[in-house]
Design a protein around this ligand. Structure first.
Ligand SMILES: Nc1ncnc2c1ncn2[C@@H]1O[C@H](COP(=O)(O)OP(=O)(O)OP(=O)(O)O)[C@@H](O)[C@H]1O
Length: 256
């Protein structure tokens, strides 16, 4: 079953046309990277797919059913969303924040899941820490743990919508997170749509790259076809070389 099917989406806020004629499908087990310059519409598309922005044109189907037919609590068991920024200013502990994603679990199961996710995300020793005292990269991983916990015990198809979920992470922690996301996609059939700015992270981990510019999808395909000097210049104004690596994916090298 196709997990996500958006057709000809249009979104206007005030007088601004934010999205135009955006169509996107995502299958089970696919990790899709949403790329594009600042202001291209990536977050707006993610929020629209998450049901947070009311679109004016088009249709969205999630797990074979129109988005309007889903009840919030029911959808939350299959689809979890990580926004670009989450600020925790109250003195909650890491465990308390991740527990927000664990509704329906008994205390023992909840604590076991929280400990497991924190350990997988490299913050296993921080469960008792107050979130506002953590570094930006640590806080980002706490939010990711909360989002993963939300759909962890669901059977059947699951969808993660992640907006720059590793933007504050060092390269090794990015690797930890995207290796986990890949594992969830390959082994558990998760579908992942992730806004990613780092072209090489997208190239390394995503099955498919969707390039946006000015509210539209301009290219959609494998990294080998999308990460191409002419397109990078046209879309980003980025002067870069692109090397085909023996690993099977390309690497973008910006020119000094
Ligand atoms: N509520 C709003 N009212 C008016 N314009 C908006 C609103 N929300 C977003 N926009 C505009 O829509 C465009 C797309 O914004 P969006 O946040 O989706 O871009 P993005 O591709 O995620 O950018 P970035 O890479 O900087 O995060 C931008 O020009 C932004 O200023």
């Amino acid at each position: 079953m196709t997990v996500l099917r958006a057709k000809q989406l249009g979104l206007t806020i005030g007088r601004s046309r934010i999205l135009q004629d955006v169509s996107l499908t995502v299958e089970p087990g696919e990790l899709v990277a949403l790329l594009g310059p600042n202001g291209a519409g990536k977050s707006s598309l993610l929020k629209t797919l998450a049901g947070e922005l009311a679109f004016g044109q088009g249709t969205i189907e999630l797990f074979g059913r129109s988005i309007q037919q889903w009840k919030g609590a029911e959808l939350a068991r299959q689809r979890a969303v990580m926004p670009q920024r989450v600020d925790v200013s109250f003195p909650f502990t890491v465990r308390e924040i991740v527990a927000l994603g664990c509704s329906g679990l008994a205390a023992a199961e909840r604590n076991e899941l929280i400990d497991y996710l924190l350990q997988r995300l490299g913050i296993g020793n921080m469960a008792g820490r107050l979130v506002p005292t953590l570094s930006g990269g640590e806080q980002q991983r706490v939010q990711l743990a909360r989002v993963l916990a939300q759909i962890w015990h669901t059977n059947g198809p699951r969808l993660l919508l992640l907006d720059e979920c590793t933007s504050a992470l060092d390269p090794a922690q990015q690797q930890t997170v995207f290796s986990l996301l890949r594992e969830l996609a390959k082994d558990q059939g998760y579908s992942v749509v992730a806004v990613i700015h780092d072209l090489n992270v997208a190239s390394c981990y995503a099955d498919r790259l969707v390039m946006m510019a000015a509210g539209r999808i301009v290219e959609n395909g494998a990294a080998n076809t999308i990460l191409e000097p002419g397109l990078l210049d046209k879309v980003f104004g980025l002067k870069a070389r692109v090397l085909a690596l023996p690993e099977g994916y390309p690497m973008v090298i910006p020119q000094a």
